[in-house]
Design a binder for this molecule. Structure first.
Ligand SMILES: [Zn+2]
Length: 376
C-alpha cells in the first residue's frame, strides 16, 4: 500500500476511534498477552469462544499461527476484526455475484476503531473502504446469545404451539439469567453507547452452534448493508454528494433491502435459516431498538449526541424490513419464513417488555423527542 493511502486510511480511522481503546490496537501487546505471557491460555480461551468449545490442537495451532503471522497494515488494524470479517466479506461478495450485482471497484476491509456497533463505509470513485470491527461483532455476539437461547428453548409451548409474549413469563421465571442478561446489555448500552467491554456473558455449550449461526447471519446482513452503500455510489456517480434527508433515509432502506437480499442468497447457499428467513436482521434491529430505547430514557443527553439524521429511526427500518421479508421468495416458502419471523417477534416482544420494565424501575421515563436511528 502506498504511504499516502496508508496515511489517509489512518486519518479516517482516527476520526472513527473511540477514546480509551488505544491498547486494543497494539498488536505486539495483543500477541504477547495471547501467546506469551499467559502460556497461550488466553489464546486458547479466545479461540474456543470464537471457534467452538471442543477445539482440536490443530485448529488452535492454526489460530495461534494467524496471530503470530499477522502484520497490521495501519496503526488501528487488529487481528481479531480481520479474522472475523474477512471471511464474511468474501461471502457477501459471492452472494452479490450470485445476485448479478457486481461492484466496479474493489472494497478494502479495514478495522473500525469505533466501539459502537455501527460499521462505517467510505465509498469512492476508485476504491471503497469498509470499516468494521469488534464493536459490531461483540454487539451481535452478546445479543445472539440472548436471542438464540430464547429461540432454542422457548419458542414453542409443550404442545408445540407458538407462544405469545406474555406466555414467556414462565420461561423467564425458569431462566432468570436470560432476562437479566437482556436487561444488563440494554443498561450497559444506555451508559456506554456500546457493548465492547460488557464482559463475559455465560451461555451453555449446547447453544454454541445455534448462536454462532445467528451471529454469522447478523454479520452477513450488516456487511451486505454496507455493500449497498458502495453499489449506490457506483450507480449514481453523477448525483450530488449531499442528498437531502429524505433521499438519505431512502438510501438506508434500500441498503437494508440489499442486506436482506444478500442474506437470502448466502443463506440459501450456506443452509442458514436465520439468514434466509430474514430473522437475523430482524433480531439485529430488535436488539438495537432495546439498546437505543434504554439510552434515550436513561441517558438522554448522550442519546441526543448519538442522533444522526442520515439514518431513519430504527422503528421505521424495522417496519420497512417487515414489509420486505415476505417478498422475493418462492410462494411455497412464505409460510415458513413468516412463521419463523413471527416467533422471533414474540421473543423480541417478550424481551422488550422485560427491558422496558427494568428501565421504568430505574426511573427512565423521559425519552428524547425522537428515537435515534441505528447508524449501520
Ligand atoms: Zn447505512
Amino acid at each position: 500500500m502506498q504511504d499516502d493511502t496508508l496515511r489517509y486510511i489512518e486519518h479516517l480511522q482516527r476520526k472513527l476511534s473511540t477514546p480509551g481503546m488505544e491498547p486494543m490496537y497494539d498488536h505486539a501487546r495483543f500477541r504477547r498477552i495471547m501467546l506469551e505471557d499467559d502460556g497461550q491460555r488466553e489464546a486458547r480461551r479466545a479461540a474456543s469462544l470464537s471457534l467452538g468449545e471442543h477445539l482440536s490442537d490443530e485448529v488452535f495451532e492454526q489460530y495461534a499461527r494467524g496471530i503470530r503471522e499477522f502484520v497490521p497494515k495501519t496503526a488501528y488494524d487488529t487481528f481479531t476484526s480481520n479474522a472475523i470479517f474477512a471471511p464474511i466479506v468474501s461471502e457477501v461478495e459471492q452472494a452479490l455475484h450470485d445476485m448479478g450485482r457486481k461492484l466496479a471497484h474493489p472494497v478494502r476491509m479495514l478495522t473500525s476503531p469505533d466501539a459502537s456497533p455501527s460499521p462505517a463505509s467510505q465509498p469512492s470513485t476508485d476504491e471503497h473502504y469498509l470499516f468494521i470491527g469488534e464493536g459490531t461483532s461483540r454487539f451481535c455476539n452478546y445479543w445472539g446469545k440472548v436471542f438464540s437461547q430464547c429461540l432454542a428453548d422457548a419458542s414453542f409451548d409443550a404442545q408445540g404451539r407458538r407462544i405469545a409474549a406474555d406466555d414467556m413469563k414462565p420461561f423467564f421465571e425458569k431462566h432468570p439469567s436470560i432476562a437479566a442478561n437482556a436487561i444488563e446489555l440494554a443498561l450497559h448500552y444506555a451508559f456506554f453507547g456500546n457493548l465492547l467491554h460488557y464482559g463475559v456473558l455465560q451461555q451453555s455449550p449446547e447453544h454454541f452452534g445455534f448462536r454462532m449461526e445467528l451471529v454469522h447471519a447478523m454479520e452477513v446482513f450488516i456487511v451486505g448493508h454496507e455493500y449497498g452503500h458502495f453499489l449506490l455510489q457506483e450507480y449514481r456517480d453523477a448525483l450530488p454528494d449531499q442528498p437531502d434527508e429524505d433521499v438519505r433515509h431512502a438510501d438506508e432502506h434500500w441498503c437494508d433491502g440489499v442486506g436482506l437480499e444478500v442474506c437470502r442468497h448466502w443463506g440459501a447457499r450456506a443452509g442458514s435459516w436465520f439468514a434466509f428467513s430474514g430473522a437475523a436482521p430482524l433480531i439485529f434491529f430488535r436488539a438495537t431498538s432495546m439498546c437505543e430505547n434504554a439510552r434515550s430514557r436513561l441517558n438522554a443527553d448522550s442519546a441526543r449526541l448519538d442522533m444522526n439524521d442520515s439514518h431513519p429511526p430504527t422503528a421505521l427500518r424495522l417496519e420497512f424490513l417487515r414489509g420486505l421479508i415476505p417478498t422475493r421468495i418462492h410462494p411455497d416458502q412464505t409460510d415458513s419464513v413468516t412463521g419463523y419471523c413471527g416467533e422471533v417477534e414474540v421473543v423480541g416482544d417478550a424481551l422488550e417488555q422485560v427491558v422496558a420494565g427494568a428501565i421504568r424501575l430505574a426511573g427512565g421515563d423521559n425519552p428524547v423527542d425522537e428515537e435515534p436511528g441505528a447508524q449501520v
